[in-house]
Write a protein that binds this ligand. Structure first.
Ligand code: CTP
Length: 409
C-alpha cells in the first residue's frame, strides 16, 4: 500500500525512522512528509535515504505536481508520528499550514495519529478535546505510552514503540478500528435537524465609559456544547457574550455584550428552537445609571453604585413555554454554612423550572476556564438524572445525552 508518513516536530521523530524501515521492509511505498519543525529534529536526508522518495515539507516545494492535494489523494493510509499537541490542534481544526496539513485535509484514506508530548500538554483540556474531536471523526488517535519523556520528567505522553505504531497502522488499514471511547459515535446524527440555541460566555454591564461589571465565565463550556450539538446534526445558533473563541463553520453566531442584548438575541433566536441552553453567566444586576464619561474620584473615598435587576432570561423562557421546546439552565454554585452547593442547586432547579439544570461547583481550578469540568444534571423537581466529569466536550455530550433522553417519548 501507499503510506503517507507525516512527521511533526518532536524529539521522538528519530524513533519514526524505525517505523519507516519496518514499513519499507514489508514492501510498502512510503512517502515521508515532515513538517518544517520536524526537520529541526531529523533531517531531510535521513527520510529521503530511508524512503527512497523526496521528503518535502513546504506546500510550495513542488508546485507543478500539485503535491499538496495529490499526496493525500493517492495515499491508502496516513500515519502521523510523532504528532505534537500543536499538530493535533491543526488536525482537529482542519488547518493546512504546511504540506502535511494540506495532505491530511485532502485525503480520504484512514488516518492514524501517534501523539508524543509532555504530560502537561497531553492532559491539557484543549488537547483532550482535540483528541475527542478527532476520534469522533474516525481518526485513530493512539494513546501515548507512559514513561520517560525528553527531560527528567515522566508520565503519559511518550511515543508508543515503533512496533505498536506499525501494528496499529496495519490494523486500521485492514479495517479494524481500535475500540477507543469515540464520544459521539453512539450519538452521531441523533440530533439531526434539531434547532438549538446556546448562550455562552459572560455578560458585561457598563458602569461608565471604561468600566464594566463582569464575571469569570470563559465561554468554553457553552462553545463545547455548540460543537457537540453541531457534530450530532443539530442546527446551532450561539449567542456569545464576550467570547473571543472561534466556532466551527456551520454554527451561527450572534455576539452580544450586555444582559439586555443577550436577552433580546436569545428571544429572537429561540422562537423557533427545539432546545435552548442557557450556559451563559448572565449578570443579575446592572448599574441603574451609566456615565457616558469616565467617572473620576471625588475625594470622598467611596463610590456607591445603584444596581437594578436584569431580566432573568431562563425564567422568561420557562414562563413563556413553547410546546416541544426543551429548556436547559446552568447553575454555578458554591456551598456555604447553611447548605451544600448541591442543595443550593436542587433548590434552584425547583425554583427555575427548567427541563434540565446543569449544576457545577465552582471554585479554585473548578468550573471556569480551560480546566476539566464536573457536573450533576437535575430535573425540574431537583432529582439527579445524570453526572459527568471530564473535558468540557465530554460534559457537553453528557448534557446532550440527557436532553436526547428527555425528548424521547
Ligand atoms: N440566567 C438568566 N438570566 C439572568 C441570570 C441567569 O437566564 N439574568 C440563567 C443562567 O444562564 C443560568 C441560570 O440562569 O442558566 C442560573 O444562573 P445563576 O446565576 O446561577 O442563577 P441566578 O438566577 O442568578 O439565581 P441566584 O441569584 O438565586 O443564584
Amino acid at each position: 500500500m501507499r503510506v503517507l508518513l507525516g512527521v511533526t516536530g518532536g524529539v521522538a521523530a528519530y524513533k519514526v525512522a524505525i517505523v519507516l524501515r519496518r514499513l519499507k521492509e514489508d514492501g510498502h511505498v512510503v512517502r515521508v512528509v515532515p513538517t518544517p519543525a520536524a526537520l529541526e529534529f531529523v533531517g531531510r536526508a535521513t527520510w529521503e535515504a530511508l524512503s527512497g522518495l523526496p521528503a518535502t515539507a513546504h506546500t510550495f516545494d513542488n508546485v507543478p505536481a500539485v503535491e499538496h492535494v495529490r499526496l493525500g489523494q493517492q495515499a491508502d493510509l496516513v500515519l502521523v508520528a510523532p504528532c505534537t499537541a500543536d499538530f493535533l490542534a491543526q488536525l482537529a481544526h482542519g488547518e493546512a499550514r504546511d504540506l502535511l496539513g494540506n495532505a491530511v485535509l485532502a485525503t480520504r484514506a484512514p488516518v492514524v495519529v501517534a501523539p508524543a508530548m509532555h504530560t502537561e500538554m497531553w492532559e491539557k483540556a484543549s488537547t483532550q478535546d482535540n483528541v475527542a474531536t478527532l476520534r469522533a471523526r474516525r481518526f485513530t488517535v493512539l494513546d501515548p505510552a507512559v514513561g520517560r519523556l525528553t527531560g527528567p520528567d515522566s508520565g503519559p505522553g511518550r511515543l508508543p514503540e515503533p512496533e505498536e505504531i506499525v501494528a496499529a497502522a496495519y490494523a486500521v488499514a485492514a479495517g479494524e478500528v481500535p475500540d477507543y471511547p469515540r464520544l459521539s459515535e453512539r450519538a452521531w446524527g441523533d440530533l439531526d435537524g434539531l434547532r438549538v440555541v446556546i448562550s455562552a460566555g459572560g455578560t458585561r454591564e457598563p458602569i461608565d465609559a471604561v468600566r464594566f461589571l463582569g464575571n469569570r465565565s470563559s465561554g468554553l463550556q457553552g462553545f463545547a456544547l455548540a460543537e457537540a450539538a453541531h457534530e450530532r446534526g443539530a442546527h446551532v445558533t450561539v449567542v456569545a457574550a464576550n467570547v473571543a473563541l472561534p466556532l466551527s463553520e456551520g454554527i451561527a453566531r450572534v455576539d452580544v455584550t450586555t444582559a439586555a442584548e443577550l436577552a433580546e438575541a436569545v428571544r429572537d433566536a429561540s422562537s423557533t428552537a427545539d432546545l435552548v441552553v442557557m450556559a451563559a453567566a448572565v449578570a443579575d444586576f446592572r448599574p441603574r445609571e451609566v456615565s457616558a464619561t469616565k467617572v473620576k474620584k471625588d475625594g470622598s473615598g467611596a463610590w456607591t453604585l445603584e444596581l437594578v435587576e436584569t431580566e432573568d432570561v431562563l425564567a422568561s423562557l420557562v414562563r413563556e413555554a413553547v410546546p416541544g421546546r426543551t429548556v436547559v439552565g446552568f447553575a454555578a454554585e458554591t456551598g456555604d454554612d447553611a447548605s451544600s452547593a448541591l442543595d443550593h442547586a436542587r433548590a434552584k432547579a425547583r425554583r427555575k423550572g427548567a427541563d434540565l439544570l446543569v449544576f457545577n461547583q465552582v471554585g479554585e481550578n473548578r468550573g471556569f476556564g480551560d480546566v476539566p469540568n464536573e457536573v450533576t444534571l437535575l430535573d425540574a423537581s431537583g432529582a439527579e438524572v445524570g453526572h459527568a466529569a471530564g473535558t468540557k466536550l465530554h460534559v457537553a455530550h453528557a448534557v446532550l445525552d440527557a436532553v436526547a433522553a428527555l425528548r424521547t417519548p
